[in-house]
Design a binder for this molecule. Sequence first.
Ligand code: C2E
Ligand code: MG
Ligand code: MG
Ligand code: MG
Length: 294
Amino acid sequence: HADAAMYEAKQEGRNNFQFYSSALTADTQQQNSIEQTLKLALNTNSLQLFYQPIVDINTCKLMSVEALLRIKNSELGPEQFVPVAEASGLINPIGRWVLKEAARQSAAWTANGLPAIPIAVNVSAVEFRHREFVDRFEQLIHEHSLEPALLELELTETAVIHNREHAIASLSRLRALGITVSLDDFGTGQSSLASLNGLPLDKIKIDKSLISKLKTNPDSRAITDAMLTLGLSRELQVIAEGTETSAALDYVQSRGFTQAQGFFFCEPLLGEAFESWYLARVNSEKRLNNEQQI
Ligand code: C2E
Ligand code: MG
Ligand code: MG
Ligand code: MG
């Protein structure tokens, strides 16, 4: 709650900030230190993207990879530093860096003989809500020679809640450019099924907190099934995040999910490690096919 209060205070302006600050000194110090770490990482090229496969649930074919941000040699994860980046405005240069780095990696993979693999990038609500977000995004895509068909954009509901009309217009424009749009972490926060209504989307990603409770919690199961039914009726891809075990995969497959992502397939990997993972997989498939032919 302290985080939320501070975030709101910052949103409202520095004048109100002092009102909250006395109770939050320790917290503020921590936020400041994270902000400094982020600035340093941006200036010393110490941000990194890890990539995690997203696969077709029935064939296990690789469909795309999600780019996940890290700070080199830091214990801080995005759950800790993304909120600070958002509150401080650093999320804007960071978001630009992510796109540039994804473009570089995509070109490097292709140069090394991998097929073109769509990359999903996470975009913060703070970036997305900006009036000129789509214009800037389009400009960056051209600048970095990114193929829109190979780009997916993951947004959470916070991005679309505040100004729904603007959000719908922006999503439509992104999709018209050929970019795939996913609603991330669906089923958390204030999400309601009705919020999907009228949103131009390609995919919904059901949050890992729901997926992990599917077997044991009837409420999670009922909520997930309702989201799944709605998603499938809208002909959206529905992705099970946090698929950790083969039992979990069997289960989400039986419920009707179309894609899955999680530690069972692969943890997030650096670009080169992902390349090895991919090649090892292709080779083992080839071996299997040869054995079947013999
Ligand atoms: P997300 O977009 O929902 O990403 C999925 C998170 O689930 C990632 O956490 C991933 O490492 C984790 N995960 C994947 N498979 C499993 C699994 O089987 N079990 C469990 N328990 N976890 C799994 P990560 O990398 O810590 O990222 C956390 C969040 O930070 C992301 O959630 C996303 O909202 C945000 N984030 C990450 N990178 C970026 C970025 O470049 N920009 C922005 N704006 N946000 C980012
Ligand atoms: Mg995501
Ligand atoms: Mg997610
Ligand atoms: Mg998440």
